[in-house]
Design a protein around this ligand. Structure first.
Ligand SMILES: [Zn+2]
Length: 316
């Protein structure tokens, strides 16, 4: 009782790095795996598992489903300060929800969690506890909301498509010319990973070509405006283009790829050897396919679109 508790960091696991989580959770006195598995709930598929790390172990977890706004948890390992870690996890889940443009969360009132949630302003609403937190909208979130309102895009786009805001990075680096000799930019981390992946593919006789990397919010807004001016319907536009602020290309970590002989940005890329190679190998370079067939974002199948995840869980 006399030793002061180790500082706890709250991290968002957006990288599906379950091996790390498992190793951390199985460490002595960390959160037991079954509790962690329970805590994942539906939010896991949306990469909205938030973990508390203390002394190098998972000591708490909560998941948030951006589609429904339901949080599951928090669960906190015994021997760690329940109230404090639980509070931090709930506040972190509100911040993550705000990235999707969601400013209201709900939870099942269960045991000790119910008291904790009520102490943070969650109030009974039917069978659940609920809280609204409109003030958690960030400056970037406000500017995107205004821009998309101007374009006539749905205000709940992020929630509907389970897509978080994608702020532009502070720094981008030149990534050389793309297939069409246009200069491209990406983050330094994504560039390193892309160069390694392209070289490895070449060794296996597969040529990967870059079609597009970083695209700004402004570019995306102009693209949508052009399509609107051409008379396309909003639903039709949003089936193939993300709303400004929500495209992974804003992050500088998403790449559109092709290979010689394949039409660019067409589904036929899925039948190439390059795509088969990516399916097998891309993950080991940190690249994940963001919009597979029938994806939960209701974005059309984009076998060419791969996004680099740094492998470092984001601090929130
Ligand atoms: Zn793309």
């Amino acid at each position: 009782m006399t030793s002061s508790p180790a500082p706890v960091q709250i991290r968002l696991d957006q990288d599906h790095d379950h091996r790390l989580l498992r190793a951390l959770a199985e460490a002595p006195r960390g959160l037991p795996m079954d509790a962690l598995a329970r805590s994942r709930g539906p939010g896991l598929s949306d990469r909205c598992l938030i973990v508390a790390l203390g002394a190098g172990r998972v000591v708490g977890a909560i998941t948030m489903d951006p589609g429904t706004g339901v949080i599951v948890g928090p669960q906190v390992a015994r021997h760690f300060p329940q109230q404090r870690i639980g509070e931090q996890l709930i506040v972190a889940s509100e911040r993550v929800a705000a990235r999707y443009g969601r400013f209201e969360l709900q939870a099942e009132p269960r045991g000790a969690c119910a008291k904790l949630l009520q102490s943070l302003g969650y109030q009974p609403q039917g069978a659940r506890l609920q809280r609204r937190f409109p003030r958690r909208r960030t400056r970037f979130g406000r500017s995107i909301a205004a821009l998309n309102e101007q374009l006539g895009l749905p205000h709940d786009y992020g929630v509907r498509h389970r897509l978080p805001l994608q702020p532009e990075p502070k720094e981008l680096v030149a990534a050389g010319p793309d297939k069409f000799a246009r200069p491209q930019q990406m983050t330094a981390l994504a560039l390193r990973a892309w160069e390694r992946m392209r070289a490895a593919a070449a060794l296996d006789g597969v040529e990967l070509q870059l079609v597009s990397a970083f695209r700004s919010v402004r570019y995306q807004a102009e693209l949508i405006q052009r399509k609107l001016d051409d008379g396309q319907a909003i639903d039709q536009i949003l089936a193939v283009s993300a709303a400004p602020g929500y495209s992974e290309h804003h992050s500088g970590a998403a790449l559109d790829l092709t290979t010689p002989g394949s039409a660019v940005l067409e589904e036929e890329f899925a039948s190439t050897a390059a795509y088969a190679w990516l399916k097998q190998q891309a993950a080991s370079y940190g690249f994940l396919e963001s919009y597979p067939e029938n994806n939960r974002h209701r974005i059309s199948y984009e076998p060419w679109h791969w996004c680099h995840r740094s492998g470092q869980q984001r601090h929130i």
